[in-house]
Design a protein around this ligand. Structure first.
Ligand SMILES: [Zn+2]
Length: 409
């Protein structure tokens, strides 16, 4: 009689959380990982998946996404992307605030096949509109934010605030202070978006506690991590060394190859690699998490380190030891990848191009031991138009395998 529901056999397992790498099989039962071992016989499982020649990694955690679709400016449906990218846990970064949260939970998160957890925006409205959620201080209610989080344990995982640009945030550091107040009341971290100064990045990171994160960290904007000579700002280095989490949050405006190269040259790879996937990023040049991970491979980061940045590191930042690992007992979220070899062009948000020789291509994705079957790509929202950079990248054919440009030729 079969012991397991599913055995994923013959692949090369990479599980940074446990330091495991090798030709191993993964056995799954009741939605959890049961064993990772060599030579698990096919007869031991009701179903088998042949992963020969492929990488078998924990289901990816995308630490910065926007998946409140249908009710916010940025939101996309995670399921069509999940099934072709191996992203099994989507961390929404503040799309909902306290008053827009219940619909997000009930109408987007619960029906999704991928897992979704969320940072709650300190602004009660969240990101219903593209910008200006911080315009009125009376909509930044730390008590209501904290009570909403307390009423939704395990699914709300922290507080989000977008900092920067006086036309968008006329209140300086006050929104961040209120976000930290709410976070302290719940024992959870804040995630801070870095936009355009002021305020200065030095003043922002000085307020952050260990476990709080900055996203769009390698942005190359006026709230960048580096001084004009490319060296890391001392205040940022100090906050990072105190335990601040440094997250990529690529998006449409948050990732510069020049900053990434400077940081890697200084021995400062990111803690977390994420996409900031939203309506303006999903059609390039971010595209999806395997593509953003592949950009770091092109910059010379090692495969295990890159996988860690999208599995064990975000799991740690979320305080979850049942995600982002294939340790027995963990949720059976598994992503199977081909590491394609060839010549691949990658672009940052300014159109700076770097060429790489490998690309992670997802070939199968399992959530809780169940296969996510492919879905057609979502149609872009009516308020979206492709950017010149997106058109250029698509016209050059530099899109991930299996990807379909949604705007016509
Ligand atoms: Zn975002």
């Amino acid at each position: 009689m079969a012991t397991y529901d599913l055995a994923i056999r013959g692949g090369e397992v990479i599980d940074p959380a446990t330091g495991t790498r090798g030709q191993l099989d993964v056995a799954i039962r009741n939605g959890r990982v049961e064993a990772v071992a060599a030579g698990i016989p096919a007869e031991a499982a009701r179903e088998t998946y042949d992963a020969t020649g492929h990488l078998v990694v924990p289901g990816l955690i995308d630490f910065h996404t926007h998946v409140y679709h249908g009710a916010t400016y940025w939101g996309i449906d995670p399921d069509p992307v999940a099934s072709r990218t191996g992203v099994t846990t989507w961390v929404d970064a503040g799309s909902a605030g306290a008053t827009t949260w219940p619909a997000f939970r009930d109408w987007c998160i619960r029906p999704a096949r991928a897992r979704v957890v969320a940072f709650l925006n300190i602004s009660t409205s969240g990101l219903a509109s593209a910008t200006h959620e911080l315009a009125a201080l009376e909509n930044l209610d730390p008590d209501l934010c904290a009570r909403t989080i307390a009423a939704n344990p395990g699914i709300l995982v922290g507080v989000k605030v977008r900092m920067g640009a006086p036309d968008l945030n006329p209140h300086g550091l006050e929104p961040l202070r209120r976000a930290i107040t709410a976070a302290e009341a719940t024992g959870l971290p804040v995630m801070v978006h870095l936009g355009m100064a002021p305020p200065s990045i030095d003043d922002v990171v000085a307020l952050l506690r260990p476990g709080d994160s900055i996203t769009h960290a390698f942005n190359g904007n006026s709230m960048g991590m580096t001084a004009s000579d490319g060296t890391i700002r001392p205040a940022v280095a100090a906050a990072w060394d105190r335990g601040m989490v440094v997250d990529i949050g690529h998006g449409a405006g948050g990732f510069s190859f020049l900053v990434a190269e400077a940081m890697l040259a200084q021995g400062r790879p990111p803690d977390v690699i994420s996409t900031d996937l939203h309506q303006l990023a999903v059609n390039g040049p971010a595209f999806d998490l395997p593509t953003v991970m592949s950009k770091f491979l092109a910059l010379g980061m090692g495969l295990e380190a890159v996988v860690a940045c999208a599995t064990s590191a975000p799991a740690r930042a979320l305080g979850r030891d049942d995600l982002g690992t294939l340790r027995p007992g963990a949720l059976a979220d598994v992503a199977i990848f081909s590491l394609d070899q060839g010549e691949f062009a990658y672009y940052d948000v300014r159109g700076v191009r770097r060429d790489g020789t490998s690309r992670l291509r997802n070939v199968a994705t399992f959530v809780g031991g169940a296969r996510l079957h492919p879905l057609p790509p979502s149609i872009p929202a009516l308020w979206m138009a492709p950017s010149d950079l997106q058109r250029r990248v698509a016209a050059a054919g530099h899109v991930p395998a299996g990807y379909r440009w949604p705007y016509g030729a």
